[in-house]
Design a binder for this molecule. Structure first.
Ligand code: SF4
Length: 193
């Protein structure tokens, strides 16, 4: 069976998800092919993506596409973008109503094989601390890692999560939109040309 089929059939977190408030079953959202030009290393699907089965079909996706200067057709072209979160399934909500962290078992089980399958990608977008920790070994806060973006560009760009929950963060850190996004958009154009 192909790797993508193996992941789609994965139920490793079934008990964990059944014990959450939503009591949902695993539904891995798998969206990658070898040879993609951009890797989007995100956190984990949210509830809306759990329903749609397509990554970033939510306001976070709208904001991310805006950040990249990219239309939906390009974003969902698997020859161009591989979208590989730190966990392939919606993890459920915590007591505060926020999404739970991606289960570590997912990256431990699948991530090396997926990275080998996708191959060398010229642009890697690292969204949030779990992806930044795995791919960069960063132990800094998301803010400090994103602020150090010049250390990783042009191959990688650490980004905050594009969730509405980070709207205040974006207001507090205007340098992100003023300095990082123009360079990121230019790099996106370059690798897709
Ligand atoms: S989150 Fe990952 S490890 Fe857990 S059930 Fe989904 S695919 Fe499997």
């Amino acid at each position: 069976m192909a790797l993508t089929d193996d992941i789609r059939a994965c139920t490793l977190c079934a008990d964990r998800f059944a014990a959450t408030e939503t009591g949902h079953s695993p539904r891995p959202v798998v969206w990658f092919k070898p040879g993609a030009r951009i890797l989007v290393a995100g956190q984990a699907p949210g509830a809306r993506v759990h329903e749609s089965g397509r990554p970033f079909t939510d306001p976070s996706g709208d904001r991310l596409r805006h950040w990249l200067g990219m239309d939906e057709a390009t974003f969902y072209d698997r020859d161009k973008l591989a979208i590989v979160p730190m966990a392939f399934c919606f993890p459920g909500y915590d007591a505060k109503g926020s999404d739970r962290p991606p289960p570590k078992v997912c990256a431990a089980t699948w991530r090396d094989a997926v990275m080998a399958h996708v191959g060398d990608v010229p642009l890697v977008l690292l969204i949030g601390r779990y992806a930044q920790s795995w791919h960069l070994g960063s132990r800094m806060s998301v803010r400090d890692t994103v602020a150090a973006w010049r250390d990783f560009a042009p191959r990688a760009f650490p980004l905050p999560h594009p969730s509405w929950r980070n709207t205040a963060w974006l207001k507090k850190n205007p340098w992100f939109e003023d300095e990082v996004l123009p360079v990121l958009r230019a790099r996106v154009k370059e690798v897709l040309a």
